[in-house]
Design a protein around this ligand. Structure first.
Ligand code: GTR
Length: 327
């Protein structure tokens, strides 16, 4: 009797050690940024917290550096249910999620905090509901700071400087119209191909936040970074509805908690990531021009013409006005 209890306890201990891992579920997450980028670091935190919270039952494998393709492909796969998780820029959703189009309008937010407050309110709920209709679930938003223009030959200081400039953009009608209104030529290129487009002279410029400007090494080709801060479109962490629906209620809670913790962690680190990127860019030869030294009134006057097109629907106009007036 004594002996068989001993065997039983050893057996149970072994089960305890291997049990949860043996039936662990692997969730695949797609990411374009390389290891070391602040977003990937935050996703690593997400993975380890989820592992802890579910005692090893849910594990996230991050396929970083574009191993699974580009963001438009991730978005299609997540909606279609063939990819569990993807982190993309919310701007990638513009063709399917009307709220994302409004959020991409230039000069909509005054500060990052303004954007975070809008996302935490009714507008954030609208984004989540529209995303869910397409077959995905919003887990969290990540900071993406503000996007500004950068170019190879001369800085875009005033509106007239845009003339003749070929500017790389994400595949977004809002950005296409923005560059055209400013007098440039929009060129849609996947993020992973922008560096080649700079090398072979296919484009004269692009736009992005500082951490991406530097981690993608665009700063080595496009030295002139002008702080016009035309947009603040956050990153969004998505899960396919198909994968989500297979989770238990406790697992869903754990996924949401881990996502939120990772997003909060990233918000705290963002300012430092921007400062580090700025210092590295300058050290490696970038010329950074502050907003006060740009002809912002002229640039904004052209850019804001977009509002009458994208907020033509009275309800959208009301939403945009509410955002612009909100504190
Ligand atoms: C980055 C963003 C990426 C991608 C990229 C781009 O800031 O983190 O997800 O959208 O911009 O310009 O394509």
């Amino acid at each position: 009797m004594q002996r068989s209890l001993g065997v039983l306890s050893i057996f149970l201990a072994l089960l305890g050690a291997t049990g949860p891992t043996a039936c662990a579920r692997e969730l695949i997450a797609a990411e374009v940024h390389p290891q070391g980028h602040i977003i990937v670091k935050s996703e690593e935190l997400l993975a380890s917290r989820l592992d802890e919270l579910t005692l090893g039952a849910l594990k996230i494998t991050i396929k970083h550096s574009g191993q699974l393709g580009n963001e438009n492909q991730y978005w299609d796969k997540v909606r279609g249910g063939s990819l569990d998780i993807a982190r993309v820029n919310l701007g990638v959703l513009v063709n399917d999620v009307p709220a994302a189009k409004l959020l991409s309008l230039p000069y909509l937010f005054r500060t990052r905090d303004h954007m975070w407050r809008v996302l935490a309110g009714d507008f954030g709920k609208r984004v989540a509901a529209e995303v869910e209709k397409t077959g995905a679930v919003v887990l969290a938003y990540y900071d993406s700071g503000t996007r500004s223009f950068y170019t190879t030959k001369k800085p875009l200081r005033v509106r007239a400087d845009f003339e003749g400039q070929r500017i790389r953009i994400q595949n977004s009608p809002v950005y296409k119209d923005l560059i055209t209104l400013l007098g440039g030529t929009p060129v849609v290129i996947g993020y992973d191909k922008v560096i080649d487009a700079f090398k072979n002279g296919e484009i004269d410029g692009a736009e992005n936040n500082l951490p991406s400007y530097v981690s993608s090494e665009h700063h080595k080709y496009a030295r002139y970074y002008v702080f016009d801060e035309h947009s603040s479109v956050p990153e969004v962490l998505l899960m396919s509805k198909k994968a989500w629906d297979t989770l238990s209620a406790d697992q869903k809670k754990a996924v949401m908690q881990a996502s939120e913790e990772s997003s909060t962690h990233m918000k705290r680190l963002w300012a430092e990531a921007e400062a580090q990127a700025l210092a590295k860019a300058k050290k490696e030869g970038a010329v950074v021009i502050d907003k006060g030294d740009l002809g912002m009134a002229g640039i904004e006057a052209y850019a804001l013409k977009l509002y009458s097109k994208y907020a033509a629907d009275p309800r959208d106009l009301e939403t945009v006005l509410t955002i612009l007036q909100s504190k």
